[in-house]
Write a protein that binds this ligand. Sequence first.
Ligand code: C5P
Length: 231
Amino acid sequence: MNYNKQIIIALDFSTEKACLDFLKDIDPDRCRVKVGKELFTRCGPDLIRKISAEGYEIFLDLKFHDIPNTVAGALKAAADLGVWMVNVHASGGKAMLDASREALNFKEAPLLIAVTVLTSLGSEDLTEIGVSRNSQQQVQLLADLSVNSGLDGVVCSAQETDFLRSQCPIEFKLVTPGIRPKGDSVDDQKRVVTPRSALEQGSDFLVMGRPITQTNNPSVKLDSIIQDIES
Ligand code: C5P
């Protein structure tokens, strides 16, 4: 299998120093990185600019969900930071997804993906918020809505990759967390798959945090994961 920078390392650090110290060891030509709500809320756009200036392609994982005009403005602000990928909640509705697409409808805009159903929501949680479909049906419905609004992909669990790959256009990106190399600790993830099998099932990008960030030698670990994918 050909490795093409499909690994996105989740930079789940709480300080700028911890984040930048970690990145000293990581080659921006070998992976991409993800900045989420905690690091962004603590360190802000300045850190995004610094990481970007070092050559890393950044997935800004802020999961926007608001009225269409507000989300469109937030996405333009993210694009101004030069990030590679951004996301919104598909449950924000068709008008919000259309406004999102419209806001990022220019050459070299960041990839625009959607969250369908948070994997932390079980069937009881869905019932509580008035969703009567089961999780898979709801994921499919929101993925279809995202396809129809011209989004570039969705975040999905490894369990959803198979059926989404068979239902969605080939160019529609599937971005999958919950990835663990064979033998690694699963941490608090409930169901994990290996990098190789996630790619074989149709994932385009693998979000991986602790297996790489919490080892003594992150670049060696990254290399060994890439070797496994390529073998
Ligand atoms: O350390 P770990 O590999 O479990 O990190 C996974 C990353 O993917 C974290 O940043 C987490 O917030 C994110 N994520 C996830 N499951 C989802 C959506 C996002 O683990 N369903």
